[in-house]
Design a protein around this ligand. Structure first.
Ligand SMILES: Nc1ncnc2c1ncn2[C@@H]1O[C@H](COP(=O)(O)OP(=O)(O)OP(=O)(O)O)[C@@H](O)[C@H]1O
Length: 556
């Protein structure tokens, strides 16, 4: 699994960055294509991932940065585009070259011979590299990347120089590599190639993430089939085709690009009207990305960000996860920056209605009412929930009396670190947050569910939105978890905790747990249970919670 978060690289001050806030995932068992025109930033992104380039952002390979991997050549096969086709010294023979590399990787020389077979270079294994074609060099470079038997491949323009049969072989090879559970991230400039190679297509446009789509969606929304026709009488043919309902546009000198009418029909029409054709061929062209629709619906973000839908005081996080509550009191709105937009999209995707969540409908109902209340009572200018997320009908709607006017911005909870974020996520580094004296955990008692409105608030609030960028996200990937609403069992309130314990069968409570029940009020802050590092309560309440968790886990 490769998790790329917020990669950014600017080569020169005052010039547009080569890569800007690029985030996506490449998952195991899948081929992910990074698609972009020349200069879109694909190679730069790959170099940033393997830390050959200095920049911002974070790339994790199965939870570790490249530098942290002890033997990266055994885990990650890297094929970078150097601008030169040669894979080695022109005077060296392919077999000797690969055996030498096998020695540096620490695998037996036999492996080099196997890979020469696999990459269909066995017949030329004893030829000097100076006699190799660009395609052969590329295959040899791929063999070198595979020497350590890696589970992840990072390939920059691997098909450059390959013949059509070489491309076919390469496609089959990548497919089998992914099928065996490997992770592949490959770059390409050709949309058709991306569609043929990949399961997921991430489009880069001038260094930015333009779209992140499953290949089926990519084909449907971005690839446009048309027929290319060439000949000396194209003006006449264009009139005939338009009369038949086709869309026609000029394509170069004597060429027409036709859509809406098939190749066979065009050929027949030309034949019936005595029009000579020099070329008649199907082709696929790329449609420009329609911002921002390609992003939220299909973001490939992994589930590193766990967003809670409620922050009831009695709620506790799932075992082993430590939540960080982000959010800050509503303040003056700021203009969106790119980070805000990006983070907002992620949050929107993560907060989209989840049919699995049982209280989703009621949560949205409450949220809408809460928004109304806020709008009336505080004049806040949060956008209304979008019509794209309709509330499912609920047989027993939540009573209005349950609605509590929100005193501050809704809380979105990221299950990450807590120990260094006593003032909520805004304390993670924003200059304003650092300067402001904030009470600890200002949003902990927030009662309502987070919804699309929260996401939009997040997007409109760069202070919070910045928190989702890599420089501030530490430990991403160490606790992989799918994006899902918080579904932990409510943390019993102090009063309920005693009842809960009383109701528990005697054998379910650990022997060491029972003495704590009586000691609860006196032992403030001494309990340690899984997931208790949030420390949102104080004094007796905290002790009671910790005792309750300790009892449940039987850990004390
Ligand atoms: N070493 C460098 N110094 C300055 N600018 C650079 C450097 N390397 C790349 N760039 C610039 O960064 C941008 C992205 O380049 P990059 O090579 O990453 O694009 P690419 O998508 O890989 O293109 P291609 O498909 O042609 O390989 C380009 O504008 C390029 O000019």
């Amino acid at each position: 699994m490769i998790q790329i978060t917020g990669l950014t690289k600017a080569y020169r001050r005052g010039r547009p960055p080569a890569v800007l806030d690029l985030s996506f995932d490449a998952r195991p068992g899948m081929v992910t294509a990074l698609l972009g025109d020349e200069g879109a930033g694909k190679s730069t992104a790959l170099r940033l991932m393997v830390e050959l380039e200095r920049g911002h952002g974070l790339t994790l390979f199965d939870g570790r940065t490249y530098r942290r991997i002890r033997r990266p050549e055994r885990e990650i096969g890297v094929l970078l585009s150097t601008g030169r086709p040669e894979a080695g010294h022109p005077g060296q023979r392919a077999r000797a070259h690969l055996r030498m590399l096998a020695g540096t990787v620490g695998v037996p020389a036999r492996r080099a011979d196997d890979l020469l077979e696999q990459t269909r270079l066995a017949a030329v294994a004893d030829h000097r590299l100076g006699t190799f074609s660009p395609g052969m060099h590329r295959r040899l470079a791929l063999a070198a990347a595979l020497l350590g038997n890696p589970s992840t491949l990072l390939l920059d323009a691997p098909t450059e120089g390959l013949s059509p049969s070489g491309e076919e072989w390469f496609r089959a090879f990548l497919r089998s590599f992914a099928l065996s559970g490997g992770t592949v991230l490959t770059t390409t400039r050709a949309p058709e190639e991306a569609a043929g190679l990949a399961d997921r297509v991430v489009t880069l446009d001038a260094g930015r993430l333009a779209a992140d789509q499953p290949v089926v969606e990519f084909r449907r929304t971005r690839l446009h089939p048309e027929v290319l026709v060439r000949g000396p009488q194209m003006a006449r043919l264009a009139d005939l085709l338009t009369a038949q309902g086709g869309q026609v546009r000029h394509d170069g000198g004597a060429g027409l690009a036709v859509s809406g009418i098939g190749r066979t029909e065009i050929g027949e029409l030309a034949y019936r009207n005595g029009i000579l054709l020099h070329e008649l061929a199907d082709r696929v062209v790329e449609r420009p990305v329609s911002y921002p629709s390609a992003l939220p619906s299909s973001s490939g973000r992994s589930g590193q960000v766990l967003i809670r839908t409620a922050t009831d005081p009695g709620e506790r996080p799932p075992a082993g996860q430590r939540p960080v509550t982000i959010g800050r009191p509503a303040g003056p709105e700021r203009p969106l920056d790119h980070r805000g937009l990006q983070a907002g999209r992620w949050a929107a995707a993560a907060l989209a209605p989840n049919p699995v969540a049982p209280e989703q409908g009621q949560g949205q109902e409450r949220e809408r009412e809460r928004e109304e209340t806020r709008g009336e009572g505080q004049g806040a200018s949060l956008p209304a929930p979008t019509p794209s997320a309709p509330t499912p009908p609920t047989p027993t709607p939540a009573p209005p009396a349950a609605v509590v006017p929100a005193p501050s911005a809704p809380a979105v909870d990221l299950t990450r670190r807590t120990s260094r974020t006593p003032g909520g996520a805004s304390a993670l580094g924003h200059p304003e947050a650092r300067g402001a004296a904030r009470p600890a955990r200002p949003v902990a008692p927030e009662p309502a569910a987070a919804t699309m409105a929260d996401a939009e608030q997040l997007a409109a609030n760069p202070t919070d939105a910045e928190l989702l960028t890599p420089a501030r996200i530490r430990g991403v990937g160490h606790q992989p978890a799918p994006v899902r609403p918080f579904a932990g069992r409510p943390w019993p309130a102090p009063a309920d905790a005693a009842e809960l314990r009383a109701a528990e069968p005697a054998e379910s409570a650990g022997p060491a747990a029972r003495p704590r029940q009586s000691a609860e009020p006196a032992e403030s802050g001494t309990g340690t249970g899984t997931g208790t590092s949030t420390g949102t309560g104080t004094g007796t309440e905290t002790a009671a919670r910790r005792a309750a968790v300790g009892d449940e886990n039987g850990s004390e």
